[in-house]
Design a protein around this ligand. Structure first.
Ligand SMILES: Nc1ncnc2c1ncn2[C@@H]1O[C@H](COP(=O)(O)OP(=O)(O)OP(=O)(O)O)[C@@H](O)[C@H]1O
Length: 229
């Protein structure tokens, strides 16, 4: 991937949810978005606007019902499940809104990060950060041997970030990464993401309601009623 090539590109992306009764909800329509290496993008907008839906499409967790999502040169909608897993393992770090969803609940904090490091082989520059260093950097050194399910919500959120960064991915996607944290801990998480951008050229896409977070990123995109404003 050349320096100028987008890490992620959305072309006229739309997503319609259909429930069991056949009722349709249009969550996204006609979204064009490009994120370059080392660019930090905030996705903001009112509740229900479509921010989390866009993030799950970028993460390859849900396929768009129209348009294309291209990550690291691969059209996610056209990939097999195995192909999607490969892109997720090599090109993406993801912190979902419910931090427990990112973690192995019965494994220790340390084992969660070590497992992520083994299974993700990031293509970003630089080697993998040592597990202990990564846990220290998110303030979890003292609970490294505690099972993830026994950590508080805020600790799980920080562990989820350490797990997402463990493989040194070129793209980090985070949904409300500071929402369960006090101001000081939120600052640590924000700094860690910015450090990945500055030192490793990691591109960031962060869904946030926190103005302090969006102010510190490079670009702010507002989503209104499923469209980029
Ligand atoms: N699984 C689903 N099935 C049906 N509709 C859904 C589903 N997930 C989200 N929606 C709907 O899609 C729209 C966009 O939701 P989304 O969660 O992407 O918004 P959001 O901007 O992230 O909101 P918030 O800031 O509250 O997290 C909303 O109308 C929501 O009700």
């Amino acid at each position: 991937m050349s320096a100028s090539e987008a890490v992620v590109r959305c072309e006229q992306v739309g997503h319609v949810y259909r429930d069991d009764s056949g009722t349709e909800v249009t969550a996204l329509a006609g979204v064009d978005l490009e994120v370059r290496p080392g660019e930090a993008v905030a996705l903001v907008g009112p509740s229900g606007a479509g921010k989390s839906t866009l993030l799950t499409l970028l993460a390859g967790l849900v396929r768009p019902t129209s348009g294309r999502v291209v990550v690291a040169g691969q059209d996610l909608g056209a990939l097999s499940e195995r192909g999607l897993l490969r892109v997720r393992a090599t090109s993406l770090g993801v912190v979902l809104q419910t931090p427990g969803r990112n973690l192995l609940p019965y494994a220790t904090a340390q084992a969660n990060v070590a497992f992520a490091q083994r299974s993700q082989r990031g293509t970003g520059p630089g080697g993998a950060t040592e597990v202990g260093t990564l846990l220290e950097s998110v303030g979890l050194g003292a609970v490294a041997h505690r099972a993830a399910r026994h950590l508080s919500g805020g600790q799980q959120q920080r562990l989820a970030l350490a797990v997402a960064l463990a493989g040194n991915p070129p793209l980090l996607l985070a949904d409300e990464p500071t929402s369960q944290l006090d101001r000081a801990t939120g600052e640590i998480v924000l700094e860690l993401m910015l450090q990945a951008r500055d030192e490793r050229g990691t591109a960031l896409v962060v869904v946030t309601h926190d103005h302090e977070v969006s102010r510190r990123l490079d670009v702010e995109h507002t989503i209104l009623d499923g469209r980029l404003a």
